[in-house]
Design a protein around this ligand. Structure first.
Ligand SMILES: Cc1ncc(COP(=O)(O)O)c(C=O)c1O
Length: 335
């Protein structure tokens, strides 16, 4: 099993501090999660119904013609590689590591492109591959590619019998960047998640947008009732709540900028990312991670390249706690 952010209990044991005393910034999950409505008790008792309005709400939200609900985009990440004939797959590095693990497990040949590769290098590297898998925007580096480039890439891969797979788990803050509306052709697959922008990671809800044949193969693989009734009810409400979405986009944009500013002001350097996290390459990443952990602040650490990912603090007290810790680090020469 790969390591992920959010392993708060393990940190609590390791540093001898109870979990409730930590400030957990180790994920990119929105700390202001969608307020879960009171649920109809029936949704716990009945088998989940395919025609309960979830798909309709999702089709409207994503602007797509067809999709499949899955138990978190992770369920699709694990199942999809088996549905493509063995081939060469290009992925960014660093990126969300579950993709590489799943394609490798399914017997595909792996190729990696530096997440900071310059213009044109994506297309050059893709020319030798059958499949290209990108997180758009990339986790953790925040790398984004222009839509026109991605559409052209999908077209050229499709002509060779390949496909472009886009993991848009972090795109909800900037929905105009999504390729969801272009899905429906064999060369393009888009994954979406309710775990990040909506902050509903525990509900395990995601969607796959793709051509009808791939969706029906995936449906067969995953079987019936992949989403629980309560998860479907919460997801349907969240996807239909346009007022909450619009207000949250603005709020997260401001908070993402505030986080980047706070890191910069503490001489940590320039970070990149999305409204939900900032990624900071830093030669002393390990020391900073350790110093923050000793103060009860958990951030995500990467070894290659040495870097840290900071999620958003959830309230003023948490912002102050992070600012104070960074100031102490600066004064103690740990940075
Ligand atoms: C880029 C990316 N994609 C997908 C996932 C999986 O999310 P979920 O299964 O909750 O939809 C994650 C989780 O961290 C992620 O970072």
């Amino acid at each position: 099993m790969l390591e992920h952010g959010g392993a708060l209990n393990a940190a609590a044991v390791r540093y001898g501090r109870p979990a409730q005393e930590w400030l957990d910034l180790s994920t990119g999950i929105n700390p202001h999660a969608y307020p879960v409505p009171a649920l109809d008790p029936e949704c716990w008792r009945r088998l989940p119904q395919d025609d309960d309005g979830l798909e309709a709400a999702a089709l409207a939200y994503y602007g797509s013609r067809q999709l499949l609900a899955v138990a978190g985009s992770q369920a699709a990440i694990q199942a999809l590689p088996e549905l493509f004939p063995p081939g060469r797959v290009l992925l960014l590095s660093p990126s969300y590591a579950e993709h590489a693990a799943a394609w490798k497990r399914a017997g595909h040949a792996m190729h990696f492109l530096d997440a900071h590769a310059g213009n044109g290098e994506l297309e050059a590297a893709a020319a030798g591959c059958d499949y290209v898998l990108l997180c758009q925007p990339n986790n953790p580096t925040g790398t984004r590619f222009a839509k026109e480039r991605l559409l052209a890439l999908a077209e050229s891969l499709e002509k060779r019998g390949g496909a472009l797979l886009l993991d848009e788990a972090f795109i909800d803050g900037t929905p105009d960047d999504s390729l969801a509306e272009a899905c429906g052709r064999p060369g393009l697959v888009v994954l979406r998640s309710l775990g990040k922008f909506f902050g509903l990671a525990g509900a395990r809800v995601g969607f796959v947008l793709a051509d009808a044949d791939l969706l029906s193969a995936l449906r067969e693989t995953l079987g019936p009732w992949t989403l629980s009734g309560p998860a479907r009810a919460v997801a349907r409400a969240a996807l239909a709540d346009h007022a909450w979405q619009a207000a949250m986009r603005l709020r997260l944009k401001n908070e993402g900028e505030r986080l980047a500013r706070q890191l910069r002001e503490r001489y940590l350097g320039l970070s990149r990312g999305t409204s939900l996290f900032q990624w900071l390459p830093h030669a002393r990443a390990a020391a900073i991670h350790e110093a923050l952990a000793r103060r009860g602040i958990l951030v995500r650490r990467y070894e290659d390249p040495p870097s840290l990912r900071f999620g958003l603090p959830g309230g003023e007290e948490a912002w102050t706690r992070l600012a104070t810790a960074l100031e102490q680090l600066e004064n103690s020469n740990a940075i």
